[in-house]
Design a protein around this ligand. Structure first.
Ligand code: SF4
Length: 433
């Protein structure tokens, strides 16, 4: 029996898909290589209207070539509210296929374990023989979801409505996951590895179980093998505390890299977005971070075209970006998401899409300039780069580099020599041994 998986969107979705793949492989199911499968899992994204449309398109496409398969749809297009789930089904499937809908399971993000439960029950009721083949996925990038959900309710964001409130994985569970990964990494001493801790609101890790991200990191650092390092995924700036900054600054196992979503540089827009900081606070904290964490790299997300955003607001965003010195900016055109406060109160406001495109262009150019500056300021410096099979790799502070290497992913000590190429919103560094 074969399975296949699909995900869109963030690192959390990727970590969840890897979890499903590992569970199903251990049940003895085979990961299909040709798109034909008996069990198909989708972890969807609805963070923007475009991502949601892409999720629907992908599901329909895969469903049409696997009409008899069992389909599991989870992730952010699935609302927590039960009465809305039927609507999702109708939106996804062509009407002629709705009668097959007993094979389609739409499962809210908060109940993802149900996917495995249903598959286990299904296997028990068939003559399929379950065997634990102990499969170990041999790779070099690992994503561990340590936290899910969010308590913030930013006015543009659908996530709290689809993933629920913030919840953390117990420290012992994370430790045991790290131990299994460390075993695999140690058994391949020639191969380098990177473990990313992910969460929807990673900085809120521990609030519900009386601990913190700093404590989690301290507890797992001794378990990390020599040929591996830890990276932290996106965080909310206001959740960074002194203890966390100190662990990041002092451990050579943790990448000196933070992705801190700014969203806008205008206090007026930040207030409408219901973000919990002002631009002055944001700049003050990032200045403190640069001072205290050696050779830190910071990247960010910016939303363009938030309702009522003016040229003046956008100018303030550009100013803020220059002051903070982000070395890469991810740009998201605003779209109204259902259930959100912005949708409820502002959806009558017309978005000037032409202007949004212009803003996107300006920001992409600025992001590239800042990325080049970040690299140029580091010419002559040596970095331990995790170089992948395709010859590309990342420094701890998230500079993309290009080498001529091909082989198993491994750490190489390389000197930054200049700019190798430009890739839209960022530049790739050239290196020498
Ligand atoms: S902090 Fe805001 S943007 Fe981030 S997941 Fe929570 S509600 Fe969404």
């Amino acid at each position: 029996m074969k399975f296949s998986t699909y995900y869109l969107g963030c690192r959390v979705n990727q970590a969840e898909i890897e979890y499903f793949e590992e569970k199903l492989s251990k049940m003895g199911l085979e990961n299909s290589k040709d798109g034909k499968a008996d069990i198909i899992i989708f972890n969807t994204c609805a963070v923007t209207h475009k991502a949601e449309k892409e999720s629907f398109r992908l599901i329909r496409k895969v469903f049409l070539s696997n009409p008899d398969s069992k389909l599991f749809i989870t992730g952010c297009i699935v609302p927590l509210n039960k009465s809305l789930i039927e609507q999702v089904k109708q939106k996804i499937l062509p009407p002629e296929y709705l009668e097959k809908s007993e094979n389609i399971y739409i499962i809210p993000s908060t109940q993802k374990e149900k996917v495995i439960e249903i598959i286990e029950n299904h296997l028990k009721n068939t003559d399929y023989f379950i065997q634990n083949n102990g499969s170990k996925i041999n790779r070099f990038k690992y994503y561990i979801k340590v936290q899910d959900g969010c308590n913030h309710f930013c006015s543009f964001c659908i996530i709290p409505f689809t993933r629920g409130r913030s919840r953390s994985k117990k420290i012992e569970e994370v430790q045991s996951q790290i131990q299994s990964i460390a075993e695999i990494i140690r058994s391949n001493p020639q191969t380098g590895a990177e473990i990313t801790l992910t969460g929807i609101c990673l900085g809120e890790y521990g609030l519900d179980i009386n601990t913190s991200l700093a404590k989690l990191l301290k507890s797992i650092l001794p378990l990390i093998p020599d040929n591996a390092r830890i990276r932290l995924s996106s965080m909310d700036i206001i959740t960074l505390d002194e203890e966390l900054m100190e662990v990041i600054a002092t451990s050579d196992k943790i990448c000196k890299f933070l992705h801190l979503s700014l969203q806008s540089g205008s206090n007026r827009i930040l207030k409408l977005m219901r973000r919990n900081y002002t631009i002055e606070q944001y700049i003050e904290i990032t200045n403190y971070l640069y001072k205290n964490i050696p050779d830190l790299g910071i990247t960010t997300d910016i939303i363009v075209g938030f309702p009522t955003e003016t040229d003046q607001d956008f100018e303030e965003t550009l100013e803020a970006i220059k002051k903070v010195n982000f070395h890469r900016i991810h740009i998201f055109p605003f779209s109204f998401r259902p259930y959100t406060y912005a949708y409820q109160t502002m959806r009558h406001i017309k978005i000037d899409h032409q202007k949004v495109k212009e803003y996107e262009k300006i920001l992409t150019k600025l992001s590239l300039e800042q990325s080049k500056k970040f690299i140029k300021d580091r010419i002559g410096k040596y970095y331990n780069v995790l170089v992948e099979e395709n010859g590309y790799g990342y420094t701890h502070n998230f500079i993309r580099v290009k080498t001529n290497y091909s082989g198993n992913p491994k750490y190489m000590n390389l000197k930054i020599t200049g700019i190798e190429e430009e890739k839209g919103n960022f530049a790739v560094a050239s290196v020498n041994p």
